[in-house]
Design a protein around this ligand. Structure first.
Ligand code: CP
Length: 323
């Protein structure tokens, strides 16, 4: 299906999370991303879809991959780009998020991509401004484009995800990536098991649709893929385990433990990777690791999300789109 066909059935101006996406909508995004991915290595890199439109990247928490991938995606779609980070904006002088967003809209931006430490901040902005808002990570709540690029990467390698087991290992309690992935992957038919110490993997994850395991061998057994998560110190008010060394000893992924997975199982990580903590450094660079593929796929998925939300807001042009 080409992006112009998928755009017809896409109604959302905002992408706020994966919790409220229907399985068909997730497939739409992934199919659209697959079309855009084919264009990434062209000599002529730009598509005209968002020519003359302005995408405002409002990143009020640190980011490398998500911010740059949204920048590259917007550039590839020929949009003009505004980037505002916490330290470079008047939020530092006490301006509210609401006023900042209203000013960005008054400056004639056409879309806002928001990363913010407050859960729900993208939903809040979507009710204030008249332009599409894309969630690029809101506190420990959701990181939908990360989950979508993870699903895209898994689908590229495994095909249909129905019945596939994906283990998510690490700091689940504070992870927006885990939450968005549980919703996205289970909607695509995958079986998700969250694994880690009981202080970081709450039993309430079962209510989201995941299995819970505090036993590493059991959690990894027969998994088609494992997704590692780092310990998110910035969101922990107190330590949830005795030391990083102890965490690594009990739950770090190394070559021996990776043999508990299905042979050839994929290793994913949203980044940033803390080498030698949640994953052995060599393993992070070894063959079943698709960590850098995830980063590249992040461009195609963000192109799809910008394009589809812009189409729903009647901002995008369908001219010269890839088949
Ligand atoms: N995966 C991810 O969100 O990375 P960044 O924080 O670098 O954007």
């Amino acid at each position: 299906m080409s992006p112009s066909e998928t755009a017809h059935s896409w109604q959302r101006r905002h992408l706020l999370g994966t919790e409220d996406l229907a399985p068909a909508e997730i497939h739409h995004i992934l199919d659209t991303a697959a079309s855009f991915k084919k264009t990434l290595d062209r000599t002529q890199k730009k598509l005209p879809s968002l020519r003359g439109k302005v995408v405002a990247n409002l990143f009020l928490e640190p980011s490398t991959r998500t911010r740059i991938a949204f920048e590259v995606a917007a550039n590839r779609l020929s949009a003009d780009l505004l980037t505002l980070t916490g330290t470079s904006s008047s939020l530092e002088k006490g301006e509210s998020l609401r006023d900042t967003a209203c000013n960005i809209e008054a400056l004639r931006a056409d879309m806002i991509v928001l990363r913010h430490s407050a859960p729900g901040s993208p939903l809040y902005l979507s009710r204030i401004v008249d332009i599409p808002v894309i969630n690029a990570g809101d506190g420990a709540h959701e990181h939908p484009t990360q989950a979508l690029l993870d699903a895209f990467t898994l689908r590229e390698h495994l095909g249909d995800l129905t019945g596939r087991k994906v283990a998510i290992l690490g700091d689940i309690l504070f992870s927006r990536v885990a939450r968005s992935n549980i919703w996205a992957l289970t909607k695509l038919g995958a079986k998700v098991t969250v694994v880690g110490p009981s202080t970081l993997v709450p039993s309430t994850c079962t209510a989201l649709g995941a299995e819970v395991s505090h036993d590493l061998r059991e959690g990894l057994a027969d998994a088609d893929a494992v997704m590692l998560l780092r310990i998110q110190h910035e969101r922990q008010a107190r330590t949830h385990f005795p030391s990083l060394g102890e965490y690594t000893q009990l739950f770090g992924l190394n070559a021996e433990r990776s043999s508990w997975l299905k042979p050839g199982a994929l290793i994913l990580h949203p980044g940033p990777v803390n080498r030698g903590v949640e994953i052995d450094s060599e393993l992070a660079d070894s063959h079943p690791s698709v960590i850098l593929e995830q980063v590249t796929n992040g461009i195609a998925v963000r192109m799809a999300v910008l394009y589809l939300c812009a189409s729903a807001a009647r901002l995008a042009s369908n001219a010269d789109l890839p088949a």
